[in-house]
Design a binder for this molecule. Structure first.
Ligand SMILES: Nc1nc2c(c(=O)[nH]1)N[C@H]1C(S)=C(S)[C@@H](COP(=O)(O)OP(=O)(O)OC[C@H]3O[C@@H](n4cnc5c(=O)[nH]c(N)nc54)[C@H](O)[C@@H]3O)O[C@H]1N2
Ligand SMILES: Nc1nc2c(c(=O)[nH]1)N[C@H]1C(S)=C(S)[C@@H](COP(=O)(O)OP(=O)(O)OC[C@H]3O[C@@H](n4cnc5c(=O)[nH]c(N)nc54)[C@H](O)[C@@H]3O)O[C@H]1N2
Ligand SMILES: [Mo]
Length: 821
């Protein structure tokens, strides 16, 4: 993968107007480099943005001809180059479509995913949806309508598909939603018990502090060069720049990962290969070594943590007869004893920042990984010191890039403004949600009660699913099981831009615009809040696509509540209002922003400056300086290495202190039938399933399949060579993929990236339909991380791989589905 990253920088910006840097708001007046450079009569550059950053898009004669960064990033980001591919893709949904069998009475719901499609008019489609929503609401109430609609849709303060869906359903009487997310399902539930905050989505110690003070960065299951090509709002592009700067200082970077990741290669880091899902043993081994050598920071543990003694009894084997020695750990995690000992010495003798990623909590008992990481960091005693301790968001949305002084945009809300004291159905809403990754279970078992973080949740009976802006057929585990669950509801409605597997599995499909076909605004950075990017409409909507806003406004109109949904505002009125929120906040911060009209006219990003205190900010410094005055939000006010609250929940799969519980499937627990472990990292050239249909696919697809990384020896024993099409099978399903034979993965594990589009060959025929493209979730397990968090656990999975014999069926998921009109 290194050649991909080290690929010679494209000279995209040469002779184009896109090379301007973001304006800073000094004095509040903007220069218009962009506007001046536009010379050709029929050519213009429009500034817009996406998760993958600020974009300049060149339009000639009404068509997009190229796109690139509107602010040049320090490392090229190819995701910015495919705006045209997105707009003009063969995979786009062109018209409102309804499944044939659904129109004919919906007698056989197993036809979902393999039926023919019928084109209908917008009026027909909207009437159909409006009537069905009304029917279900009247007969079953809000608990019959599932609109969790988890997903990453597109950036934008206004055109936020999922929020707009919720807004429509809120003004019409409610729905069943979800708790948590797929990203940090386990960590965000355990961390509040340990640290008093969710931690995973918090600002990190400033990079300026890291550059100055940190000796060693440990990327513990984190791959920032990949995962920071995007952000939830839009990337400010600075996180990767800081990693590069750190590398340039020549200081040490260690990657602990089953895969020699893009980051490991790009930063020239030391790679410590580890078996997937065995980080807890490795951390315990290091912790044991610290105690053995009396190198743990007893003063820190005493002053800032609670319950260490109980954990130490476990660590030393006093509770279970098994001391968690380096030798013990090594056998499980595959890291040699000497390296475990070296890591213990190096971490404790040098200023070390443990940067934890999230893939290692997306597995059974995923709660333990981050709890144990915080425990290890506590034993090292550097939490709250400049450049030391742990950070759980350096790989995501540019964590650690200093927060600016400026203003933050307003955005559309799921609930329209209600007058104070007015009662709405929302007061009841909390009754109607379940942990997001329990989707299939909920659909299959209405009325079933599950445990969750000290509470009990009973699943409702779902009659209609409405999804806008997410792709569960790529994101949810155990696809074959989900296909069955998906046959339960009466009706499934999907708004999407493309014919994703999820759209193909629906009854009614409504074509949504891309963000390039509407006007919007976005912040960048998520933590830094560094820029406001205009998201200007680049071209008119293609075919019959409409924005989610318009779709839901039309549906609200049919329910007689259009005014509540739109509040009587136009697109530009909303944007001006959101901008004004930032404008006012900035003014209170004594930062001058241009008026909205001027900003919009300027056609370029606004950039705010970070303050000195933000640049010097150290997470947990205040707590360290005075833990009594600045206690944590835990019951003890300290870091809870032992949590009484968790212990009292009495769960067999999450105890009162971090501990090692063998997952059902991992490298240390394989079978003869399924002798390899599977890990499913996030993809370098996509955002999940987004952009899979663009020309970027040619950069990674092997024999037109999703690439699977397989160790040289594992390939050899199976007679597999680079470029072969292979069949991967797990106890749950089977997929085809293209072999990438490499030493860049630990032996005994294969890697298949999440987000590949599900493309079943023989749906409805075979018990385990073959996915022709390589969607990893056909293989993964669908079980909660534990009773505590009920998070998703795809990285707990074993498989077998074989060379595929015969002629491989063509991948067809990027083409239009069968349709009659
Ligand atoms: N095995 C495995 N599975 C995983 C993970 C893993 O690590 N391993 N990771 C998990 C994680 S962390 C996540 S966040 C999820 C991601 O799962 P998702 O967020 O569901 O993935 P996306 O591909 O981003 O799906 C977004 C969908 O929205 C559509 N879309 C884009 N813009 C718009 C719009 O304006 N309107 C509408 N209506 N639709 C739009 C896109 O076409 C796409 O189909 O996957 C999870 N699944
Ligand atoms: N380009 C791009 N960027 C993205 C995304 C994307 O799809 N594409 N998705 C975004 C989203 S929604 C999220 S949640 C984040 C995800 O961020 P993460 O969850 O951190 O990403 P992953 O790729 O799942 O895992 C990071 C690294 O951990 C390794 N890993 C997996 N399991 C283990 C384990 O058990 N132990 C150890 N030590 N390492 C392990 C993987 O091989 C990978 O190199 O990324 C975001 N950024
Ligand atoms: Mo995520």
């Amino acid at each position: 993968m290194s050649e991909k990253i080290n690929a010679k920088r494209r000279e995209f910006l040469k002779n184009s107007s896109l090379g301007v840097a973001g304006v800073t708001l000094t004095g509040g007046s903007l220069t218009s480099t962009f506007a001046k450079a536009e010379s050709a009569v029929d050519s213009k550059t429009v500034v817009t943005a996406a998760h993958w950053g600020p974009l300049g898009v060149v339009v000639e004669n009404g068509k997009v001809v190229k796109s690139g960064p509107a602010i040049e990033p320090s490392v090229v980001n190819e995701l910015q180059s495919v705006v045209a591919d997105q707009l003009y893709s063969e995979a786009r949904i062109k018209y409102p479509m309804v499944r044939k069998g659904y129109l004919e009475g919906n007698s056989d719901r197993t036809l979902r995913g393999r039926d023919e499609w019928v084109r209908v008019s917008w009026d027909q489609a909207l009437d159909l949806v409006a009537n069905e929503m009304k029917r279900v609401r009247e007969k079953h109430g809000p608990s019959g309508i599932f609109a969790g609609s988890y997903g990453w849709y597109s950036s934008g303060a206004l055109h936020a598909a999922r929020t707009l869906l919720h807004r429509y359903l809120n003004v019409t009487g409610g729905f069943v939603g979800t708790k948590g997310d797929y990203s940090t399902g386990a960590a965000q539930v355990i961390m509040p018990h340990v640290l008093g905050t969710i931690e995973v989505y918090e600002q990190q110690t400033s990079w300026e502090v890291i550059l100055e003070n940190t000796d060693t960065i440990v990327l513990w299951g984190a791959n920032p060069i990949t995962t920071m090509r995007i952000a939830w709002t839009s990337t400010d592009q600075k996180g990767i720049e800081y990693f590069k700067k750190f590398k340039d200082t020549g200081k040490r970077i260690i990657c602990i990962d089953p895969v020699r990741s893009e980051t490991c290669e790009f930063l020239g880091a030391e790679w410590v290969p580890i078996n997937t899902a065995t980080d807890v043993p490795l951390m315990l081994g290091i912790a044991h070594e610290l105690v053995r050598q009396n190198k743990h920071d007893k003063a820190f543990l005493k002053k800032y943590t609670s319950g260490y003694a109980k954990f130490e009894d476990y660590l030393l084997g006093k509770t279970d007869g098994q001391p968690k020695t380096a030798e013990w750990a090594s056998k499980i995690c595959g890291v040699p004893v000497e390296i475990i000992q070296t890591l213990a010495n190096d971490f404790s003798s040098k200023r070390t920042m443990l940067m934890g990623g999230w893939g290692m909590q997306r597995q059974r008992h995923g709660e333990q990984t981050h709890w144990m990481l915080v425990t290890l960091a506590s034993m090292l005693g550097q939490i709250g010191l400049p450049g030391g301790g742990f950070g759980l968001s350096y790989h995501y949305s540019n964590g650690g890039v200093p927060t600016v002084k400026g203003g933050v945009l307003g955005s559309i809300t799921a609930t329209p403004s209600v007058s104070a004291g007015e009662k709405t159905w929302l007061d009841e809403t909390s009754k109607f949600s379940f942990p997001v990754a329990r989707l299939t279970d909920a659909l299959l078992h209405p009325g079933k009660t599950i445990k969750y973080n000290g509470t009990e949740i009973t699943y409702p009976e779902i009659k209609v699913i409405y999804w806008a802006g997410g792709n569960p057929y790529s994101h949810h585990q155990d696809t074959n099981q989900m296909v069955k669950a998906w046959q339960k509801p009466d009706t499934i409605i999907v708004n999407d831009v493309n014919w994703t597997a999820t759209a193909r599995m629906a009854d009614v499909v409504l074509p949504a615009t891309t963000s390039y076909e509407r006007n919007d605004l976005t912040m960048s950075g998520d933590y830094s809040m560094m820029n406001i990017y205009p998201m200007k409409q680049v071209v008119p909507p293609q075919f019959e696509a409409r924005s989610d806003y318009d779709i839901f406004a039309e549906l609200a109109k049919r329910a007689g509540v259009e005014e509540q949904f739109t509040e009587g505002k136009t697109e530009m009125q909303w944007l001006k209002e959101f901008y004004q929120v930032a404008f006012t906040a900035a003014r209170n911060n004594r930062v001058v922003m241009p008026k909205f009209e001027q900003f919009w006219e300027e056609n370029k990003p606004l950039t705010f400056e970070a303050t000195e205190p933000a640049k010097q900010w150290v997470r947990y410094e205040q707590f360290r300086n005075d833990p009594l005055l600045n206690p944590l939000g835990t019951p003890s006010g300290k870091i809870e290495i032992y949590s009484d609250v968790v212990a009292k929940m009495n769960y067999d799969d999450c105890k009162g202190y971090p501990s090692w519980m063998e997952p059902e499937e991992f490298a240390g627990n394989v079978t003869e039938e399924y002798p390899l472990a599977l890990v499913t990292p996030h993809p370098y050239y996509r955002l999940h399933s987004q952009l899979a249909h663009t020309s970027l696919r040619q950069k990674y697809a092997v024999n037109d399949r999703e690439p699977v990384l397989i160790h040289t020896e594992d390939a050899k024993t199976r007679g597999i060579v680079n470029g072969d099409i292979v069949r991967i099978e797990s106890p749950r399903g089977q997929v085809l993929a293209g072999a990438v034979v490499t030493d860049g993965i630990i032996k005994g594990t294969i890697a298949l990236h999440e987000g590949a589009w599900y493309d079943p060959l023989d749906l409805g025929v075979s018990e385990k339909p073959l996915c022709k493209n390589g969607c990893p979730n056909v293989l993964t397990r669908d079980e909660g991380t534990s009773k505590l968090a009920q998070g998703n656990s795809p990285n707990t999975c074993i498989v077998q791989v074989e060379k595929f014999q015969g002629e491989a069926p063509r991948v067809t998921v990027f083409e239009q589905p069968k349709h009659s009109a």
